[in-house]
Design a protein. Structure first.
Length: 279
């Protein structure tokens, strides 16, 4: 029996951020479903997704119009095409919906998305570290890079090696490993801005990931994965992966999702501490 799903009548989906790197893979997955019509909106008139056989119709708006242009175009499309659901792909548009979703809900349905304040606390690694601390959830020792004596004092309390990471960012871009304070300080002074990076203690072990879909703090679906081959000091997203289920990870992520009252998709990067035998 085929694993392909289908709807009894045509079902229309609008992807509102076709300019995203992730939009085309999502489109290709949705395109495997029968009787589904996929529309795409983008601020790039010639994004690759425009030329996919799975795109029923492609719309664009001038990038300089920003969120105002996106909202205007979305309202026009959902009314004109009678869109069944708007499915956001990337962080900027999820944040956009958290502020503008109520306008669209008058005419269509939206995939779950978080409140703006919750979203802002999660996508900023420094804010999220503080949230984890306040909610008694384990996390690596984390300090904010700032020029001045406060950072020097805080750094003296961390055991090396450490990682430095952009407070905002993904895909492992900008993450660096340092064995000693001197090389870290030299890098910070010459390459980054105060307040934009965090320093975290390095956990000896291997990477794990947990991807979720939730609604109002309740998990609806999860997948867990680890690298098939553990490559030390590799900060890029997983490619070759093994799927697994770990009740400790499930319980931890369930607690975070519940405390955040999170709605929507999310992905958590985790680290298995080989010394302590803990996630």
């Amino acid at each position: 029996m085929s694993g392909t799903h289908h709807f009894n009548k045509p079902y229309s989906v609008l992807i509102p951020d076709g300019e995203s790197f992730f939009a085309l893979p999502v489109l290709q997955c949705l395109g495997q479903m029968e009787n589904i019509h996929i529309y795409v909106l983008s601020n790039n008139p010639s994004a690759a997704i425009r030329f996919s056989r799975y795109t029923k119709k492609y719309f664009s708006y001038p990038v300089e119009e920003g969120d105002t242009g996106r909202l205007r175009a979305l309202l026009r499309i959902v009314k004109e095409k009678k869109i069944d659901i708007v499915l956001t792909i990337d962080e900027p548009t999820i944040r956009f919906l958290s502020e503008n979703g109520s306008e669209l809900l008058k005419y269509t349905r939206l995939a779950p998305y978080p409140k703006a304040e919750t979203f802002d606390n999660v996508v900023d690694k420094w804010k999220f570290a503080n949230w984890l601390k306040a909610n008694n959830i384990p996390y690596p020792i984390t300090i904010l890079y700032q020029t001045g004596p406060v950072f020097e004092d805080e750094l003296s309390e961390i055991n090396f090696p450490v990682l430095i990471k952009p407070a905002r960012g993904n895909g492992g871009i900008g993450i660096k490993f340092f064995n000693d304070p001197a090389s870290l300080k030299e890098y910070c002074l010459n390459h980054i801005q105060s307040g934009e990076y965090i320093v975290q203690s390095f956990v000896e072990g291997y990477d794990l990931g947990c991807s979720v879909l939730s609604k109002d703090g309740k998990l609806l679906a999860t997948t867990m994965q680890k690298r098939s081959i553990n490559v030390p000091l590799t900060f890029s997203p997983f490619t070759n992966i093994d799927f697994l289920h770990d009740s400790n990870i499930y319980d931890l992520i369930s607690k975070i999702i519940k405390e955040l009252n999170w709605s929507g998709v999310a992905h958590f990067d985790l680290r298995y501490d080989e010394k302590e035998g803990l996630v």
